[in-house]
Design a protein around this ligand. Structure first.
Ligand code: A3P
Length: 310
């Protein structure tokens, strides 16, 4: 039986930086030239690490916990810098809410802007990114791609917005600067209230005032719960073909088990250890890493993923 050729998602290669097909390269170039202004609030993430969740929390915090109304889309109110470009961002009402997937070395920087950086463990990120890449068929042409196909791209850093570890390390190096707030997806998942209150304090101003009102915090937690964000997904994402995974898909921690083989787990652990060696990032996610290590070393290494239900 002939072996199947590995599939690769299709990307636009813009001077070595990969982007989804249809992503406007002019927006990217213009976005890099945006001059960050005092009061700007950035959400900085590697793709699939909880960007939209944190965006909606921040949106609610600076809007007195008022949920998005009918027809309002977060993608317009809290746009992606590299997609819409500098002019569109400059025209936003203040405080400007700006999403970016850029590493900290490339992001427009101002000591008077604030940067909320959300990181997620690479195992769950890879699985989420795989489903995302499958689902946005017109952006990646990867509907029939497998996790094994995607994993090779992910571990080589050949996916849109670059290498996971480059992003992680670039932001980790800046995480203690006074205008940077670092939070993990896993910490948000464990204690969403704490994440909301702490990010509000960090942002200050209207956000801090909103978080002083417990009824507002309750409303924000209800609005940004997984079940609530799962409804009416046009608020965060364009439509996908029937049968494809939703944008707000499964949530939670540990979905890596649905896709990783022990061999893939061992390879990504090795990459994590090698790339984070000598940095504080090596100590992130100790429990998840221990779990992945156990799985990677399991004697029954011929077995496939824990389950294949997704
Ligand atoms: P999964 O694919 O693992 O479900 P991003 O916004 O950076 O693209 O991240 C998307 C990931 O965040 C998806 O992960 C999505 O389900 C998850 N997510 C979105 N909103 C969430 C929420 N309110 N609570 C928990 N996870 C959420």
């Amino acid at each position: 039986m002939s072996q199947r050729e590995p599939r690769r998602p299709r990307y636009v290669d813009h001077d070595g930086f990969l982007m989804p097909m249809g992503f406007p390269v002019e927006g990217f170039d213009s976005g890099l030239g945006y001059r960050a202004a005092p009061g700007d609030i950035f959400v900085a993430t590697y793709p699939k690490c909880g960007t939209t969740w944190m965006q909606y929390i921040l949106w609610l915090l600076v809007n007195d916990a008022r949920p998005l109304g009918p027809g309002e889309a977060l993608t317009e109110l809290f746009p992606h810098l590299e997609e819409v470009g500098a002019e569109a961002v400059r025209a936003l009402p203040e405080p400007r809410l700006i999403k970016t997937h850029l590493p900290s070395s490339m992001v427009p920087w101002s000591p008077d802007a604030k940067y909320v950086w959300v990181a997620r463990n690479p195992f769950d990120c890879a699985v989420s990114f795989f489903h995302h890449t499958r689902g946005f068929v017109r952006h990646y042409d990867f509907a029939d791609g497998t996790f094994a196909d995607f994993f090779e791209c992910f571990i080589a850093g050949k996916v849109d917005f670059g290498d996971y570890f480059d992003h992680l390390l670039s932001w980790y190096a800046r995480k203690d600067e006074p205008n940077v707030r670092f939070v993990t997806y896993e910490a948000m998942h464990q204690d969403a209230r704490r994440a909301v209150v702490e990010v509000a304090k960090f942002v200050g101003g209207r956000a801090a005032a909103t978080a002083r009102d417990d009824a507002c915090v309750q409303r924000i937690l209800a609005e940004t719960s997984f079940d609530s964000m799962r409804r009416d997904q046009r608020r965060w994402s364009s439509e996908r073909p029937p049968g494809m995974p939703e944008f707000v898909r499964k949530g939670g921690v540990g979905d890596w088990k649905s896709c990783f083989s022990p061999e893939q787990a061992a390879r990504l652990i090795e990459a994590f250890e090698r790339r984070t060696a000598g940095t504080g990032a090596a100590t992130l996610w100790p429990e998840i890493l221990a779990d992945v290590r156990r799985y990677a070393r399991s004697a029954d290494s011929a077995r496939g993923p824990y389950d294949r239900r997704t």
